[in-house]
Design a binder for this molecule. Structure first.
Ligand SMILES: *[C@@H]1O[C@H](CO)[C@@H](O)[C@H](O)[C@H]1NC(C)=O
Ligand SMILES: *[C@@H]1O[C@H](CO)[C@@H](O)[C@H](O)[C@H]1NC(C)=O
Length: 136
C-alpha cells in the first residue's frame, strides 16, 4: 500500500515536470490577454503570461501571423494574414470575436477560441505555430 502511494506520487511529480516543459495555452498560462489595435486593420494580441519561474511577462503577437480569413471566418493558419480583413475585434474569456470581410464584401461576425491556437513559451511570450513574438 505504501509502495503504491509512493509510486503514484512519483508518477504525478513526473507528469507535472513534463507538463511544465510543454507549451501552455493562453487560457492556462496567462493572467489575461487583450487586443492592441494601433491602426485600421492592424491587430496585436497583448498577453500578460507567466514564464516558467511564475513571473508575469508582457508580450505582443501580430495576429496576421496566426490566422487566415476564409469567406469572413477566421481560422488558424501560420502567416495567414487574416486580420487585415477584420475590424471590431474583442476578446471575452480567451475567445476573440471580429467582423471580417466575406467574399461578397459584407462584414460578417466570426469567433475563434484562442486557447486552441495561441500558446505560451517558457519565457512567458505568446506564440502561435512556431512564430514567436516580442516583449511589450
Ligand atoms: C480558455 O481556457 C481557460 C482556462 O482553461 C478557460 O477558463 C476558458 O473558459 C477557455 N476559453 C474558451 C473560449 O474556451
Ligand atoms: C515547428 O517547427 C518544427 C521544426 O521545423 C516542426 O517539426 C513543427 O511541425 C512545427 N510546429 C508547428 C506547430 O508548426
Amino acid at each position: 500500500m505504501q509502495t503504491c502511494a509512493y509510486i503514484a506520487a512519483s508518477i504525478t511529480a513526473l507528469a507535472a515536470r513534463f507538463a511544465s516543459a510543454d507549451l501552455g495555452s493562453v487560457g492556462q498560462d496567462c493572467a489575461g490577454v487583450s487586443l492592441w489595435n494601433p491602426g485600421h486593420w492592424v491587430w496585436f494580441l497583448r498577453g500578460n503570461c507567466y514564464d516558467k519561474e511564475q513571473n508575469l511577462v508582457c508580450s505582443l503577437m501580430y495576429l496576421d501571423e496566426c490566422f487566415a480569413e476564409v469567406n469572413g471566418q477566421l481560422q488558424p493558419q501560420e502567416g495567414g494574414k487574416g486580420l487585415r480583413n477584420c475590424d471590431q475585434c474583442t476578446i471575452d474569456n480567451f475567445a476573440m470575436s471580429c467582423h471580417c470581410r466575406g467574399d461578397n464584401g459584407d462584414m460578417v461576425p466570426t469567433t475563434i477560441n484562442l486557447n486552441d491556437t495561441m500558446s505560451v513559451e517558457d519565457n512567458g511570450w505568446v506564440a502561435c505555430f512556431n512564430t514567436t513574438t516580442q516583449q511589450c
